[in-house]
Design a protein. Sequence first.
Length: 141
Amino acid sequence: MSELTGGCLCSSIRYRVVAPAKSISVCHCLNCRKQSGSHRSLNWLLPEEALIVEGELTTFKDTGDSGKAVLRQFCGKCGSPIKTVAEILPGLVVLKAGTLDLQPTDAPNYALYSVNAAPWELNGLSCPIFDGMPIQPKSDQ
């Protein structure tokens, strides 16, 4: 894989992706929709060390369906969402792939929270489609 680059709208945040995505998802959850300002979000799941960010991110602490923390990180100047760090995904980050400099060419591996999608949004997707989140957090016990 060649190194990929991206960043926010105002260029205050720049990043490099130095390893391939573990998976790619289209997320229709209400919080991803609100954060992206669109009807869905294209998310790349990466090992934490594969995303090298330059610039200071602002963090909004959200809560996932699991009740665990979801840290949504974005540019504090222009508001572009860059990445999400979810407590249920230790060692991984979710890159908001709409911020890549080049159009992503890899198709999604799955779609999440399809219960929130308009019927036309799922047409043509050739990947597994889940009503919610298929990953279950480990018990704290």
